[in-house]
Design a protein around this ligand. Structure first.
Ligand code: NAD
Length: 456
C-alpha cells in the first residue's frame, strides 16, 4: 500500500493531473462509465440493496450525470484565478486567488448510495486536479467490486485507484499520509478518521449522519396535504428504505393535525407500495442481517411496540421491513435518540407546531431539517432559530441534487461541504497571490523608526 501511495504521489508531482484537459477527460470518463455500465450498476444495486432500477437511476446514475455535466460546464471558470480587491493605498499592486489542487486525497464512502457517495466527491477531487484513492464500503460489495473492476477502463489508473476491503484495510489506508481525507459514514468512524488525520495534520471533511426531523404544520388545503404526505413517504421509505443520511428520521406535528397526517400517510403508503409491500419491488431491502436486527431491536421495547400503529412486519430471509409508523414512542427510547436509518417512522405530537423549535434545539444538530408549511413567519423562524446542515421547505431529499447549494453537516452531523463548486473548493487550496510593481515605493515603511516617520 505504501508503495502504491508513493507512486501516486510521484504521479501527482509530474503535474499531469493539473492540466485542464486531463481533468475534463476524467470527468468524461466517469460519465462514460455511468452510461456504458448502467445495467451492471442497476444489477449491483439490486444485489446489494434490492433497489428498483428507477430509484437507482434517480438517486445515483441520473444525479451523478447531472453533477458531471455541471462540472464539465463550469470547470474552466472554477479553475480561473479569482480577482481580489485591495485597499487604494496598494498602488500598482494586484491580487488574485488561485485554486491549487491539494495533492493525493483519500475518499471513504458509505454503502447506502455506493455509487453516488463515492463518485460525487470524486468529481470534485478530479475537477480540482488531485490524485485519488477511493475506498468504497465493503457492505455494498457488488457495487464496490463493480467500481474496482470497471472504473479503471475509463479513468487514468495512475491517478485514480479503487481499493476495496474491510475496516482493517481502511485502517491501513488511514495510516498513510494524505493531503485530504473526505469521509462519508458514521460519527463513530468519523472520530477514528479525525484522530488518524491529526497525526499528519491532514484536513478532513466529515459527511456524517444523525436524526433529520420533518416538521409538519397544519395544512388547510387537501391538495397541499396530499402532496406533503407523498413527499414525506418518498423522503423516508422511498430513499433506500430510509437508509439515507438525509432521509426523514421522525416527524413533529401539532396534536390537531396528527391524525389527518397519519391517515394520509397510510393511504399513500398503500398506493405506492401496494397492500402487501413485501411483494413490492419498489422498496429497497435492508443492507444486511446486522442492520436488520439493529432495526428490529429498536422496536423491541414494549412501550415502543405499543406505539406502532401501522406496519411492523419483518422478513429476515429477504431482509425486508415493512414501512412502519409509530405515534408518540417514549422520547427516551433508542428509536428517538439513535439515527434510525431504516423504514421506521416515529411521529411525535406537540401541543403547538412552534414547540418543534425547542424540540430540535434540544438535540444534536441535524444534517437536514424539513418543514412542511406555508406559514412565512414559521419558515423564517425555522431558518433563524434552529441549526442544521440544510433546511428544505415543503419537500425532502431534493436539496441533495442542487449543485448550487453546499451539502454538508454542522455539529455532530459533520463539517465541510461539497456538490457543484463547493466540491471543487473542498479539494482545492485557495492560494493568495499578490503582485507588486517596483515602480512606487515609500521611504517611511522601512526602519529605522524615527519620529519623522511616525508623523508622516
Ligand atoms: P461506517 O462509518 O460504518 O463506514 C463508512 C466507511 O468507513 C466504510 O468505507 C467503512 O469501510 C469504513 N470503516 C468502517 N469501520 C472502520 C474502522 N474501524 N476504521 C476505519 N474505517 C472504517 O458508516 P456506514 O454504515 O457505511 O454508513 C452509515 C452512516 O453514514 C450513517 O450514520 C449515515 O447517516 C452516514 N451517512 C452520511 C452521509 C452524508 O452524506 N452525510 C451519507 C451516507 C451515510
Amino acid at each position: 500500500m505504501e508503495r502504491e501511495v508513493e507512486s501516486m504521489r510521484e504521479y501527482y508531482d509530474s503535474g499531469k493531473t493539473k492540466e485542464a484537459s486531463w481533468r475534463a477527460s476524467q470527468l468524461e470518463g466517469l460519465r462514460a462509465f455511468l452510461t456504458d455500465q448502467q445495467h451492471d450498476i442497476f444489477h449491483a444495486l439490486m444485489q446489494d440493496l434490492g433497489k428498483h432500477h428507477l430509484e437507482s437511476f434517480r438517486d445515483e446514475i441520473g444525479t451523478l450525470i447531472k453533477s458531471l455535466n455541471f462540472a464539465l460546464k463550469h470547470l474552466k471558470q472554477w479553475m480561473s484565478p479569482g480577482k481580489a480587491e485591495l485597499p487604494r493605498i496598494a498602488l500598482l499592486t494586484s491580487a488574485e486567488i488561485v485554486a491549487e489542487p491539494l495533492g493525493l486525497v483519500l475518499i471513504m464512502s458509505s454503502w447506502n448510495f455506493p455509487f453516488g457517495l463515492s463518485l460525487e466527491p470524486l468529481i470534485g477531487a478530479v475537477a480540482a486536479g488531485n490524485t485519488v484513492v477511493l475506498k468504497p464500503s465493503e457492505l455494498s460489495s457488488a457495487s464496490a467490486s463493480l467500481l474496482a473492476s470497471a472504473l479503471p477502463n475509463y479513468l487514468d489508473n495512475k491517478a485514480i485507484k479503487v481499493i476495496q476491503g474491510r475496516p482493517e484495510v481502511a485502517e491501513q489506508l488511514l495510516f498513510q499520509k494524505w493531503d485530504k481525507i473526505f469521509f462519508t459514514g458514521s460519527p463513530r468512524v468519523g472520530r477514528i478518521v479525525m484522530s488518524a488525520a491529526a497525526k499528519h495534520l491532514t484536513p478532513v471533511t466529515l459527511e456524517l449522519g444523525g436524526k433529520c426531523p420533518a416538521v409538519v404544520d397544519s395544512l388547510s388545503s387537501s391538495w397541499d396535504r396530499e402532496v406533503a404526505a407523498k413527499r414525506i413517504i418518498v423522503g423516508k421509505f422511498g430513499a433506500c428504505a430510509g437508509q439515507a443520511c438525509i432521509a426523514i428520521d421522525y416527524i413533529l406535528v401539532g396534536k390537531e393535525f396528527a391524525s389527518t397526517l397519519v391517515e394520509l400517510i397510510k393511504v399513500w403508503i398503500k398506493k405506492m407500495f401496494g397492500e402487501k409491500p413485501s411483494e413490492s419491488n419498489t422498496i429497497a431491502r435492508i443492507i444486511n442481517k446486522q442492520h436488520f436486527f439493529r432495526l428490529k431491536n429498536l422496536l423491541s421495547d414494549p412501550k415502543v411496540k405499543e406505539s406502532v400503529i401501522y406496519g411492523g412486519s419483518m422478513d429476515e430471509e429477504h431482509l425486508f421491513i415493512e414501512p412502519t409508523i409509530l405515534v408518540d414512542p417514549p422520547l427516551e427510547a433508542a428509536i428517538m435518540s439513535e439515527e434510525i436509518f431504516g423504514p421506521l417512522l416515529p411521529i411525535v405530537t406537540l401541543e403547538k407546531i412552534e414547540d418543534s423549535i425547542k424540540f430540535i434545539n434540544s438535540r444534536p444538530k441535524p444534517l437536514a431539517l424539513y418543514v412542511f408549511t406555508k406559514n412565512q413567519s414559521l419558515q423564517g423562524r425555522m431558518v433563524s432559530e434552529t441549526s442544521s446542515g440544510s433546511v428544505t421547505f415543503n419537500d425532502a431529499i431534493l436539496q441533495y441534487a442542487a449543485d448550487s447549494l453546499p451539502f454538508g453537516g454542522v455539529g455532530e452531523s459533520g463539517f465541510g461541504n461539497y456538490h457543484g463548486k463547493f466540491s471543487f473548493d473542498t479539494f482545492s487550496h485557495q492560494k493568495g497571490v499578490l503582485r507588486r510593481s517596483f515602480l512606487t515605493d515609500f521611504w517611511f515603511r522601512y526602519p529605522p523608526w524615527t519620529t519623522t516617520k511616525f508623523q508622516e
